[in-house]
Write a protein that binds this ligand. Sequence first.
Ligand code: PLP
Length: 404
Amino acid sequence: MSSTAFRPARRLASIGVSEILKIGARAAQLKREGRPVIVLGAGEPDFDTPDNVKDAAVAAIRAGATKYTTLDGTPELKAAIVAKLKRENGLDYEPAEITAGAGAKQVIHNALMATLDEGDEVAIAAPFWTSYADMVTIAGGVPVPVVGREENGFRLDAADLEAAITPRTRWLMLNSPSNPTGAAYSAADLRPILDVLLRHPQVWLMSDEIYEHLLYGNHTPVSPVALEPRLRERTLIVNGVSKSYAMTGWRLGYGAGPKPLIAAIAVVQSQSTTNPSSVSQAAAVEALNGPQDVLPARRASFERRRDLVVEALNAIPGLHCRRPEGAFYAFAGCAGVIGRRTAAGRAIETDAGFCRYLLEEHDVAVVPGSVFGLGPYFRISYATAEAELRTAMARIARAVEALS
Ligand SMILES: Cc1ncc(COP(=O)(O)O)c(C=O)c1O
């Protein structure tokens, strides 16, 4: 008998509504009820898109850039990306090795759809951006998280990677600096990992470099392809303008990789969204080619906030936080509060329980580390005004103090 009941595709079976969205929804509900909730969950800069970029977009609309464009990026955008890769990363790519999509997220999704067969495995350096695993699953693959330990700065250990590789492993997904830990890989950190990849030619590298401009102190970005040119023919560099230029809403990301992969990505994109927004592409050309002087000031502001958050967290007995090299996230350990009890007598059993307590009783929304593949930790996004951050840190301190 046929049924009219909604039946989701099997590929969605293991993918629920993300914990981050649930926390966001609960925080929004509490705010509507009048509670002064501070949300430290969002993965986007609190700055505005620079004016020169906005002006370029308006000019593009007026000039009639309002039609379909070349499928995977206008010649102008591809040229700007080629120039960026040369200027900032010392890499030589041609336009046919570049793809632009609606956010780095679409580029990643396209690449996985274009390459994974049912049951193919994807090694993911964990803790990882939650979307990686769900995107692998949607594409029919099997996510294989390989956890980087805190003693190793949350970075992937080459021996652990090698142990996780099987004949079915198609990709390693690596993100530096990382969401959620802020950990960045130096050339010395990358070398043993790249050596493992050299020994396993069936494994391609997806190098997500979207936070590369947000590196602090004397840390500098290192693209694996620059370090190991032999991996160029099986690496997809993923990047975009969302984080560097505060353009999350414009939805413009890009990839650089070998021509056959780029062509396969174009096939996937041609049957989903076609080209990324013509206006956003014009804006991205200006972001990449125009003056870059807003970046250092913004970077300095993030660095100040990183220091504020890390110092405040480490001053709270029971919590600890490694000083991240980049991005705008702090990944704090909360093992010291597990097993303690709230004033109402409820036990804190997991990082998720701790995060629920912070939100429900102390008006701070943060995300449990287990969501990113490693507990008991929690992630703070510090892309928020300094005054709010100070208030939030004081609330977390009071919340922990109130535990017995
Ligand atoms: C590691 C990582 N990669 C990619 C993205 C996606 O960025 P985009 O806005 O370009 O889709 C994000 C966004 O949170 C991210 O954290």
